[in-house]
Design a protein around this ligand. Structure first.
Ligand SMILES: [Zn+2]
Length: 149
């Protein structure tokens, strides 16, 4: 059986670092990182990643389903629909968040919300073989005052 985490220990509107979320939940930080790879959204394209308590609770509620059905090619995760979706128009943006790593985002065809997936840039041809992926370089965010360490 999958381990249950105490999601109610989290405050809905508080944002947590990976370490803080892991501590609150009684989970290993690697487990939280795995959730992010599997579609748990983070708040901004910077490190350390911040995760909204509400998103973790929603993600964990859908976790049992997701475990049975990992994301396939061309699929992103829609937090609203709690499921794997091929983005509308088969279009996605790849937002580079760290060298060679980033987030694929697209529009959910069902709820028109954002769907997401973490991806390694070099694996994009395997992850999204049929999507039109717009690469958004990390340089775009360099005009912001803070830089990733
Ligand atoms: Zn949706």
């Amino acid at each position: 059986m999958a381990k249950r985490f105490n999601a109610r220990a989290l405050k809905k509107h508080h944002s947590y670092t990976i370490a803080e979320a892991a501590e609150q939940l009684g989970a290993h930080p690697q487990t939280v990182r795995a959730w992010i790879r599997n579609g748990l959204p983070v708040l901004a394209e910077k490190t350390p990643h911040l995760i909204l308590g509400d998103h973790i609770q929603t993600f964990l509620k859908g976790d049992a389903t997701r475990r049975r059905r990992p994301l396939g090619p061309d699929e992103l995760y829609c937090l609203t629909c709690k499921g794997a979706k091929t983005p509308a128009g088969k279009m996605a943006d790849f937002i580079e968040m760290a060298p060679a790593r980033g987030r694929l985002t697209g529009i959910c065809p069902d709820c028109e919300g954002m769907c997401n997936r973490f991806a390694v840039k070099s694996q994009l041809p395997a992850i999204a073989p049929n999507l039109i992926v717009d690469l958004r370089s990390a340089e775009l965010s360099l005009k912001e005052p803070e830089k990733a360490a």
